[in-house]
Unconditional design. Structure first.
Length: 235
């Protein structure tokens, strides 16, 4: 995971735990599941119902055979566009704007004292959450709120697949002060088709950094579609 030179902000513990829970469930992660659960309950930044849902995910990760857990993660997050944890996948897709946006986002992290590990992508949601955890509480909440449309789309896709990982996205929406909204996820349809306008990063877009010394929000304009109710994990 990415490395930081600055001190985490308030509520950063929960954000970092959520980042870990979305990481590949290797042996190291599984060995720390108990500590992750304790950290969530110690900080109590989330509602009891949400904590109970996250407990369910943690228990499932702890009890399932390692190979089953790892294969399920790859199938869920690496082989489906609707559930991709790479945020630019949902807005840039395969367009050539994606590369410059990646570079600018990485530079924003560096200005905040965050340095990516080798091979780590700046738009990977666990990395984004690590960055958010270093921001002051108000800025962190606003930053999460700007990404809520993407969180909501991934949340809906995970619910459709009846995945316990939906609890993590529900938690992110809660920390952002947002509620899950019904989203229609068509079979085999990439999530980036939901958005009418491309993502705009203030200072993180392909046009360069407009405010390099400030937290950089993500502005998303969703394409309005006919909704259907979501079920399962609460938000």
């Amino acid at each position: 995971m990415a490395l930081f030179n600055n001190t985490p902000a308030v509520a950063s513990k929960s954000l970092r735990v959520l980042a870990r829970l979305l990481a590949y469930p290797d042996a190291e992660l599984r060995s720390h599941l108990g500590a992750l659960r304790e950290a969530l309950h110690e900080e109590r930044a989330l509602e009891p119902l949400r904590l109970a849902e996250l407990d369910g995910l943690i228990e499932a990760l702890a009890l399932a055979p390692a190979l089953v857990t790892e294969a399920a993660y790859v199938e869920l997050f690496d082989r489906g566009r609707a559930t991709s944890l790479h945020l630019f996948e949902h807005v840039h897709g395969d367009s050539r704007d994606r590369g410059p946006a990646m570079i600018d986002l990485a530079q924003t992290y560096e200005k905040a004292g965050m340095y990516l590990a080798e091979g780590e992508m700046p738009d990977f949601l666990p990395v984004v959450l690590e960055f958010t955890s270093t921001q002051p509480p108000r800025e962190a909440r606003e930053f999460l709120a700007e990404m809520a449309h993407i969180f909501n789309a991934i949340f809906a896709a995970l619910q459709q697949r009846e995945s316990a990982y939906a609890s993590v996205l529900g938690a992110l929406l809660e920390l952002a002060g947002e509620k899950a909204q019904p989203v229609q996820i068509a079979a085999e349809e990439p999530v980036d088709a939901v958005w009418e306008e491309p993502v705009v990063f203030d200072g993180c877009s392909s046009k360069g950094q407009a405010r390099p010394d400030q937290p950089q929000p993500i502005h998303i304009v969703p394409h309005v579609r006919k909704a259907r109710p979501t079920q399962g994990v609460q938000a």
